[in-house]
Design a protein around this ligand. Structure first.
Ligand code: ATP
Ligand code: MG
Length: 236
């Protein structure tokens, strides 16, 4: 840990948010704790905090080069990042390129089905309500975001999908789907939270081997190894 007077502002399931010297910033510490199925399954993935921090730092910096505004400021250590302190918009934004997870359960897609026009989904970020699927009208009714903000969020999510899909394609990895969180900072909308194997599905393009949290959810084994492998392939 870098500075002594930092205080814990919030502890979530995967990360701890600390105050930084500058009030407009936070220090995000990534933990090894893992949860799945709405918190019903709990465990630890050794080295996950480090993998998720390093991958998030790298991908936020990469997205900035494509003019995607993010909360990323700098990597502080293996498991800590300095970021802009945002007011999180309570909408989880999911983009899907290949069917997996809840999409299969909800609509009868088969896992692995290619989705020709990527699907953009919104979920209410509320653990007590089990993060229900919603549309933009629910978001307006709940005062979660303005019309202009949701329009920007949708546009950014689609751009991020294009940029990251081709980034991963070059590494022989399929970006199956991913979840984003956005926040307000200085009157502007920016990408926040994390981009990691906890929040994305990654499959090897040839073998379709899973390289993400599904290895933990589905007890597929080699969990730690897969987190390390996907980080190495991102950084290579
Ligand atoms: N730059 C940021 N500024 C402020 N909060 C942030 C920032 N980036 C992420 N957060 C929030 O930090 C919290 C902790 O992250 P973590 O992933 O551990 O939470 P979670 O358990 O998934 O979700 P939550 O506790 O919000 O239900 C989340 O609520 C996330 O939205
Ligand atoms: Mg989270």
């Amino acid at each position: 840990m870098a500075k002594s007077k930092k205080e814990k502002l919030y502890e979530g399931k995967a990360k701890i948010i600390y105050s930084a010297e500058d009030e407009s910033e936070v220090i995000i510490k990534f933990k090894d704790d893992a949860t799945a199925f709405d918190g019903a399954k709990k465990g630890k993935i050794k080295g996950k905090g480090s993998v998720n921090n390093k991958m998030s730092c790298f991908l936020f910096e990469y997205l900035e080069k494509y003019n995607v505004p993010t909360h990323f400021i700098e990597q502080l250590s293996d498991t800590e990042m300095k970021a802009k302190k945002v007011e999180i918009i309570l909408v989880e934004v999911v983009m899907r390129n290949i069917a997996a997870g809840s999409l299969c359960k909800r609509y009868g897609f088969k896992e692995g089905d290619k989705i020709e026009t990527p699907i953009l989904e919104f979920f209410l970020k509320d653990d007590d309500l089990h993060d229900p699927l919603m549309n933009e009208y629910h978001a307006y009714a709940l005062n979660l975001a303005t019309k202009d903000e949701l329009r920007q969020i949708s546009k950014l999510a689609m751009k991020i999908n294009v940029v990251l899909s081709s980034f991963f394609e070059r590494r022989n990895i399929l970006l199956v789907d991913f979840k984003l969180e956005f926040g307000r900072y200085d009157g502007k909308l920016i990408l926040a939270d994390e981009i990691s194997p906890d929040t994305c599905r990654f499959w090897d393009a040839e073998t379709r081997k899973k390289l993400d949290k599904d290895r933990f959810r589905q007890d597929l084994g080699k969990v730690e190894e897969s987190y390390k492998e996907i980080l190495e392939r991102v950084l290579s």
